[in-house]
Design a protein around this ligand. Structure first.
Ligand SMILES: Cc1cc2nc3c(=O)[nH]c(=O)nc-3n(C[C@H](O)[C@H](O)[C@H](O)COP(=O)(O)O)c2cc1C
Length: 666
């Protein structure tokens, strides 16, 4: 069915079995640049899953190119492990490439043993907060040589290709872009000069690896930076790359510093394919489209429409290593789609935490977290059908236990549908649907609309109870809180209650902000109408802008802490705050709600009291666990576990991980 996606393609002397590529994703999880056993487990599992090409890295090429604990190809001492990895991946029919990475001014000195970063010009980086050192001409030549030597090593290790990152605002971008390249020599000034560094890198590499070894360049289809380069300039660069012998172009989005979201879930699926299409129109070598293509059916459509020749599935292959094989056999229901939450992959990089994945808790620890059939079949009762309970039930049943699942609501999913309610957050439902379908395929007895009590437990007489009963909103001890115009955020998101025109939300954590987003969109123009009006040029752009950003509600969020959305991941938080600002939502920090009156909310802020008028007051003041059954079951059931929000309200990432962990061990 997916004929194009599963047709082979040849890039120079490398033939791929299909068009599915796993683009580079670096994690700070190597030891001084060396590949470790967990890398082998991780990449081999993806190779077995049917991917055509795996691009490992980014890999550092010298001591100023990136963090010490990224994978490195900067020295021959790394060759034995690199060769072993290449063989291990190739043994399963996949091809392997390594991405040569030089972050330039995006490299953090503290991750490079205190070394100052380098760049085309000494322009401070907002990403690191540091100012790089300008490279001299001899240093430029040395770095180009380092790229070439690194590429030579990649070839020597038996890899099938090499990729160079010239996107994301890294070193080659820093030469290309007028935003940071202030040089007056032959590497600065006109675009022709600014392209020189990257083109010479390509030429040096070609000299080193010979005529047949495939070279891939990854470019920004648009820098998405004010005053920066767009698709037209990227086309010019790619034409030149083709001329100097580059064999394939991998097109991604913009810089790390851009204010246009690049990989969060509000970027529509396939949202940046048009950038690849632009490049494809300019060159004749194969082009790969990337970013938020998590669905093989969509990938097939992109290929058929001629917009690209290959498709990058990055986080999607973290989420489900078997995605290619499942797509090949038409098992779409079994694909565990990436939801672009970034909770387990991108965000942990900034906190130096290990890699994992919300929808796939095994990610990054494949060798350790193996799901094995049970030797002793147990009767397991899972109470609560949110993400923690569903994952626990799924894994326990997969292992061969006899599982029943009790859910008090009429549907499964717990808080996932609430998280999915605001526009741009719908992908949370994708995961809920996946789990639900998996549960239905497994021999699990599901009781909906059934609040499990001690009596149910007595009647079932299970060997194990897993309590995944979730949490409930905290009602703050606030004067006036019981009035009829005071509602709970979860009820707003579930559309169980109406809200008036003027709304004050108490609590500016994730739930409060998501509720604000949900309400602020009400009355804004819907995407289809916007398309219709634009297509027919029915309205001037100013009118469309106002329809896009102005809903009919006036919303204020009151947060007592200094910072909003502290419980939202770093890569998503700014996008939500930016959206709220665009939608005209007022946010007040360091503001304490004192009392709710008929007229609104009395707050204390900056030593003053102020009444914020409100027709409806929404409470988003946190959640507390529901686990009353726990005590009761202690001496009655042999094994009782408590997981997810029922243990302590946290993110879905932790809930799913705990569901998985418990079910894997019982
Ligand atoms: C944790 C993480 C690390 C990444 N590191 C790199 C990198 O080193 N080099 C690179 O070119 N892209 C990197 N990316 C970007 C991905 O290759 C990919 O373009 C991005 O995740 C969007 O594609 P997706 O929606 O299919 O995940 C990284 C992405 C993630 C999530």
């Amino acid at each position: 069915m997916l004929k194009m996606l599963f047709s082979p393609i040849k890039i120079k002397n490398m033939e791929l079995r299909n068009r599915i590529v796993m683009p580079a994703m670096h994690f700070l999880n190597s030891w001084e640049g060396k590949l470790l056993p967990h890398h082998f487990d991780y990449f081999v599992e993806r190779a077995k899953g049917g991917v055509g090409l795996i691009i490992i890295g980014g890999c550092t090429i010298d001591e100023t190119s990136g963090a010490k604990n990224m994978i490195s190809v900067a020295d021959d001492k790394f060759l034995p492990e690199l060769s072993a990895l290449a063989q291990a991946v190739q043994a399963h029919g996949a091809k392997i490439a390594a991405q040569l990475y030089h972050a330039g001014r995006y490299a953090h000195s503290w991750l490079m043993g205190g070394k100052q970063s380098v760049s085309s010009s000494p322009v401070r980086s907002k990403f690191t907060g540091e100012t790089p050192r300008e490279l001299s001409i001899p240093e430029i030549k040395q770095i180009q040589k380092n790229y070439a030597l690194a590429a030579g090593r990649v070839k020597k290790a038996g890899f099938n290709a090499v990729e160079v990152i010239a996107s994301a605002g890294y070193l080659i971008s820093q030469f290309l872009s007028p935003l940071v390249n202030r040089r007056k020599d032959e590497y600065g000034g006109e675009y022709e000069n600014r392209m020189r560094f990257g083109l010479e890198v390509a030429q040096e590499i070609r000299r080193e690896v010979g005529p047949d070894f495939p070279i891939i360049f990854r470019v920004a289809g648009n820098e998405f930076m004010e005053g920066g380069l767009g698709n037209k300039e990227a086309q010019i660069f790619c034409r030149e790359l083709e001329k100097v012998g580059v064999d394939m172009i991998n097109v991604t989005g913009g810089w790390h510093e851009t204010r246009i979201p690049q990989i969060t879930m509000n970027l529509p699926r396939g949202g940046f394919v048009y950038l690849a299409r632009g490049i494809k129109e300019a060159i004749s070598i194969p082009v790969m489209a990337c970013n938020r293509i998590n669905d093989p059916l969509l990938a097939e459509k992109i290929l058929r429409s001629g917009q690209a020749d290959l498709i990058g599935f990055a986080r999607s292959l973290i989420a489900d290593p078997e995605l290619p094989n499942k797509a090949f056999w038409g098992r779409f229901e079994d694909i565990n789609y990436c939801i672009a939450c970034n909770q387990g992959c991108f965000d942990p990089i900034f906190e130096q935490k290990p890699q994992t994945c919300l929808v796939n808790p095994r990610a990054g620890a494949e060798g350790k977290l193996i799901v094995r059939p049970t030797r002793l079949k147990k009767k397991i009762m899972v109470i609560g059908g949110g993400p923690a309970g569903m994952e626990a039930a799924r894994v326990a049943a997969l292992r061969g236990h006899k599982v029943s699942l009790y859910e008090k609501k009429e549907h499964l999913g717990g808080q996932l549908p609430l998280a999915a309610a605001p526009p741009g957050r719908q992908e949370f439902l994708t995961f809920a649907r996946y789990l639900e379908k998996q549960l239905k395929k497994l021999p699990i007895t599901i009781y909906l609309n059934t609040e499990a009590t001690a009596l149910h437990v007595d009647l079932e007489n299970p060997d194990v109870v897993i309590l995944a009963t979730g949490a409930e909103p905290i009602i703050p001890n606030l004067k006036g809180v019981t009035q009829s115009h005071v509602v709970r955020a979860w009820d707003v998101l579930a559309e169980k209650v109406e809200t008036g025109r003027e709304v004050v939300i108490i609590g500016g954590g994730a739930v409060g902000l998501e509720t604000a987003l949900f309400l602020a969109h009400q009355g804004t123009i819907d995407p289809e109408t916007l398309y219709f009006l634009m297509f027919n040029q029915a309205e001037p752009v100013e009118n469309l802008n106002s329809l896009l950003y102005r809903g009919w509600k006036k919303i204020t969020v009151v947060e007592m802490l200094r910072k909003l959305g502290q419980d939202i991941g770093i890569s998503t938080r700014w996008t939500i705050l930016q959206d709220l600002a665009r939608l005209g939502v007022k946010t007040l920090t360091n503001a304490r709600a004192q009392e709710i009156t008929k007229e609104g909310v009395l707050i204390h802020r900056e030593d003053k009291e102020e009444l914020l008028p409100a027709d409806t007051v929404v409470l988003a003041t946190g959640a507390k666990p529901i686990n009353a059954l726990y005590e009761h079951l202690q001496n009655k059931v042999k094994e009782v576990y408590i997981i997810g929000d029922a243990k302590e309200p946290r993110r879905a990432l932790e809930a799913v991980a705990e569901g998985f962990a418990v079910a894997r061990e019982i």
